[in-house]
Design a protein. Sequence first.
Length: 214
Amino acid sequence: MKSDYDQAGIPYDPPGVRVDRFVEGIHVIKGLMAEGPFDFAGTHYTIRGHDGLPKPIQRPHPPIVIGGGGRRVLSIAAQEADIVSVNPNLREGLGGAETAPNMIPEMTSRKVQWVREAAGDRFADLELNVLIGFFMITDNPRPIAEAMAPAFGGISPTTPCTFPGVSSAASTSWWKSCNDAARNGASPTSASRVMSRPSRQLSAAWPEPKGAPS
């Protein structure tokens, strides 16, 4: 978000520069968690003989999560991360109404396809993630969707219900699912976390996109 840069006093560089720096950062982080001293010479970072300590217990490193909404970042995530978070495109850095068209299921399907293409043989081992930004327990989601619609630029009142980051559940079915999970050994908190985490189910829930742009 641009506001993060502004509040930290960091220049908000063009997207290409920010992503290039981010890619270098991934290599630096992975290198510092590897065995022995690490050297790196890039445009944004230079590391000479630094041995990152302590080393993580997980080898070669703990699971890495990378989230994005554009093709380039999602492709990087597909190749470098263990968990890929499929997000709205925040290219403008604002996170306002301009993100709404980028959150519809068709766009999410296209993004999953980008990940699939960039990951290649890695795709089967990736975990897909989506942030549930809004969650409501209700038997009547329409009034909530109607209240949300103006914040997304006056879109159709039913459109927010289709966003992957918006989830609604009838109170009876929600608590039944949590209770069933608890009876199977999961805590209610764990059960609710599972219920609101589409994860890899994204790739199965939406059809393959047609005519995805290159």
